[in-house]
Structure formats: structure tokens, C-alpha cells
Design a protein around this ligand. Structure first.
Ligand SMILES: Cc1cc2nc3c(=O)[nH]c(=O)nc-3n(C[C@H](O)[C@H](O)[C@H](O)COP(=O)(O)OP(=O)(O)OC[C@H]3O[C@@H](n4cnc5c(N)ncnc54)[C@H](O)[C@@H]3O)c2cc1C
Length: 384
């Protein structure tokens, strides 16, 4: 067992950390206040090769590993969640998915643009009446001529208000339940594609979230992603990396809050002493530091399993452990950071209030905490 990062991974970590601290962090408060997509950061991430971190260079990517992806997600997550999510959505939800499941035609058609930052991408699964129970989705895809026609509405889709291209799940054979779902790559320019409402949110404000309306939207046959009626396989193939990236974003956010609170506790004095001298404050900081390390170990182990090609029960369990533990830990850590700053923590003068607002979605998006517990229990019972 080797817990050390390679020299290349340390260099990647250092490079992204510098970028995150110098270029990204100074914009984070404005991005949050103005609820503006971080276009400048997104373009820079494309130029740095981050958006296609796991994609081979033949398709315009960086040719890295899942562990590399987690390292990048954590560093960006410390500085700005909207930027980190823009990374995760292109790199994990779209590019890695098209790489795993797409035909050569689809890979050449979309990966170079989505890796370079020329295309803002997304993935659309959730519907107004279908959240955790994904398989009961209502969006339909009907064969017509030499393509498909999609009808339905997707909701809460990251980048829906501005994105160029989306993976969309739809029922191709509704009577077959989970075995009648397919995945498609849908461009915003396709006839019948429309953007619905955009949501105003408490956190992740610089990551636009909205509805996609597919009103007789025509899709060419070549834009079927994976096999017909095998959409659940496409979906399942990405769940672990998506959960691990959410875990890494949580680790980054919690680390940002911890580092801020630790510095504040050293600077702020009450009763003639710095806050950090009080054992009740030390207790909070110790718990934050220890739980961040524990969450990172789960994320790294999950990514290492994926890099070793290990799939199935062990990998599923690790990904859900990492997502559940890291997201709940992140909510607690950011709340404690606000507590350590006292009244100042509750104001917009300091970044911890933004961090606490950004943390809440981590226990909801990408499969809620309750759903992670259900998955974990199922895996535990299956192993007996
Ligand atoms: C900011 C944001 C970005 C998002 N981005 C995307 C995206 O890019 N693409 C996409 O497809 N979706 C996206 N989502 C949707 C997200 O994945 C869903 O919100 C999430 O899966 C939960 O679904 P739901 O909101 O419909 O909640 P519901 O499924 O209605 O759940 C409501 C509550 O009931 C609980 N619950 C549900 N079923 C059970 C059960 N069996 N046992 C116990 N408790 C249960 C849940 O845990 C939750 O607490 C995003 C959401 C947000 C808010």
C-alpha cells in the first residue's frame, strides 16, 4: 500500500493549487454575488488541459487518471465551488462519459471542443417528477427517419441556461422500464431544443442550474451514446466517478473553510488570548482537520480502485462511502467555520458564509445522503 502521490501528481497538485489561489479565489465572491458562470476560469482550465483530464490526447485531453481528477477537483473546490463545478461537469459528467461510452464519431465530434473549453457541457437526467427514482423518467425518444425525436422536460440541470451540449437520458422503450432507457448527445442548436427557467439558488450560485425542454427535438442517429436501451449501463458507468468527484469537491470546500477558520482563530483575541488557545475552539479545528483527512482517504481509495480497473461491489461501496462521508463532513466543517468566526462569520465580509451556503447541495446533488445510505446498505447485505 503506497499513500504517496507520484512526482507528476504532486506537480499537477502544485500547478492547480497556484492557479486556484492566484486566478480563481480572487473572483469567487464576485462570481457568487453576481451568480455569473466563471467563463474566464473555464477558458483557462481548457487551456491548461484540465477539462479533459482523463481523455487521451488523441481527442484533445490530458490523458490523466481518476486520481488526477480528484486532485484537481479538491484544489479548485478550496477556491471557488462554481469553478470547481464547471470543471467537474465538463471533465466528469460529459467528457469522461463520452470517452467511456461514445462511438469514435461522437468522440471526435465533441471531445476536442469540450476538453478545450470551447463547449460548455452538461448531463440531464433529473425531471420535475423524477429525482432519486431516476428510472421512472418520462422523457421519451421515438425513432423517426434516420434519427430520434425527444420529448420531455429535464430539471435542475447544471449549465442548462448556457450550455452548448448535453447528455440526455430518455425512454426508448417505456414498457421495458430500466431496460428501455437510452442516452443521447443533444446540442443546444438542434431543432426543438429550448431552455426553460433558470433557478436562483442559495449556493453554487455561479453554476447555472435550469430546465431543458425537448419539444420534438430531432437527434441524428449517430448521437446515440452507447447502445440502444442500454442507457442505464451508460449511467451506471459514470456514477462512481461522479460520486468521487463530489466527494473531492466537498473535501476542497471543507479545507477552504478549515484553513480560513484556523487563521482567524490565531488572529482574533478574546479574554486576552487568541481564540485558538481555547480548548473548545481547538476541539472544532481538530475535528475539521481529521475528518477532512478521512474523507480525502476515502476519495483517493475510490479513485485508486477505478484506476486499477476495479468495478462492482467494492468500488460502488467506496464511492458511496466517500460521497456520503465527505458531503456530510463538509456541511459540518463549513458550519463550524462560521461558528469560529462568530458574528463576522455570519456576514458577507468573510468567505465562510458563502462556503456554508455552497456546502448544502453536496448532501443533495449526485444522489442524496439518504440514497447513498440505501446503496451502501444494499451492498453490505449483498456481501453476506
Ligand atoms: C444545484 C443543483 C444541480 C444539479 N445538477 C444536476 C445535473 O447536472 N443533472 C441532473 O440530472 N440532475 C442534477 N441535479 C438534480 C439532483 O441530482 C437531484 O436534486 C437529486 O438527485 C435529488 O432528487 P430530487 O431533488 O428530485 O429529490 P427527491 O428524489 O424528490 O428526494 C427528496 C427527499 O426525499 C429523500 N428520498 C427520496 N427517495 C428516498 C428513499 N427511497 N428513501 C429515503 N429517502 C428518500 C431524498 O433523499 C430527499 O431528501 C441538480 C440539483 C441541484 C439542486
Amino acid at each position: 500500500m503506497d499513500f504517496n502521490l507520484t512526482a507528476e501528481q504532486r506537480l499537477l497538485q502544485e500547478t492547480v493549487r497556484k492557479f486556484a489561489q492566484h486566478d480563481v479565489a480572487p473572483l469567487a465572491a464576485t462570481i457568487d454575488r453576481e451568480a455569473a458562470f466563471p467563463t474566464e476560469n473555464f477558458k483557462k482550465m481548457g487551456a491548461m488541459g484540465l477539462l479533459g483530464i482523463t481523455v487521451p490526447s488523441a481527442y484533445g485531453g490530458g490523458g490523466g487518471s481518476y486520481l488526477d481528477m480528484m486532485i484537481v477537483a479538491e484544489e479548485l473546490g478550496v477556491a471557488c465551488q462554481a469553478t470547481a463545478l464547471a470543471f467537474g461537469t465538463n471533465a466528469t459528467l460529459f467528457n469522461d462519459n463520452v470517452l467511456r461510452n461514445g462511438s469514435e464519431v461522437l468522440k471526435h465530434k465533441y471531445l476536442p471542443g469540450a476538453c478545450a473549453g470551447d463547449l460548455v457541457a452538461g448531463l440531464a437526467m433529473t425531471e420535475p417528477d423524477t429525482g432519486s427514482d431516476v428510472v421512472s423518467m418520462q422523457t421519451k425518444a421515438t425513432r423517426q427517419g434516420d434519427g430520434y425525436v425527444l420529448d420531455g422536460t429535464k430539471i435542475f440541470i447544471t449549465n442548462a441556461p448556457i450550455g452548448d451540449v448535453f447528455i440526455v437520458y430518455a425512454k426508448t422503450e417505456p414498457s421495458r422500464g430500466a431496460e428501455g432507457i437510452s442516452a443521447f448527445v443533444v446540442e443546444a442548436t438542434f431543432p426543438g431544443f429550448r431552455r426553460g427557467r433558470a433557478f436562483e439558488k442559495m449556493g453554487w450560485r455561479g453554476s447555472p442550474t435550469g430546465e431543458l425542454v425537448l419539444d420534438h427535438c430531432r437527434i441524428p442517429e449517430e448521437n446515440l451514446l452507447g447502445e440502444l436501451n442500454r442507457g442505464v449501463a451508460v449511467l451506471m458507468s459514470g456514477l462512481n466517478s461522479e460520486r468521487l468527484v463530489m466527494g473531492a469537491l466537498s473535501v476542497g470546500l471543507a479545507r477552504g473553510a478549515y484553513e480560513f477558520a484556523l487563521q482567524y482563530a490565531q488572529d482574533r483575541r478574546q479574554f486576552g488570548q487568541p481564540l485558538v488557545a481555547f480548548q473548545l475552539i481547538q476541539d472544532k479545528l481538530v475535528a475539521m482537520a481529521m475528518h477532512i483527512e478521512m474523507a480525502r482517504l476515502l476519495v483517493y481509495k475510490g479513485a485508486a480502485l477505478m484506476d486499477q480497473g476495479i468495478r462492482g461491489r467494492e468500488a460502488n461501496l467506496l464511492a458511496s462511502y466517500a460521497k456520503l462521508f465527505a458531503s456530510e463532513m463538509c456541511m459540518t466543517a463549513t458550519t463550524e467555520a462560521v461558528q469560529i468566526l462568530g458574528g463576522y462569520g455570519f456576514t458577507k465580509d468573510f468567505s465562510v458564509e458563502r462556503m456554508m451556503r455552497d456546502a448544502k447541495i453536496h448532501t443533495i446533488g449526485g444522489g442524496t445522503s439518504e440514497i447513498q445510505k440505501i446503496i451502501i446498505m444494499r451492498q453490505l447485505l449483498a456481501s453476506r
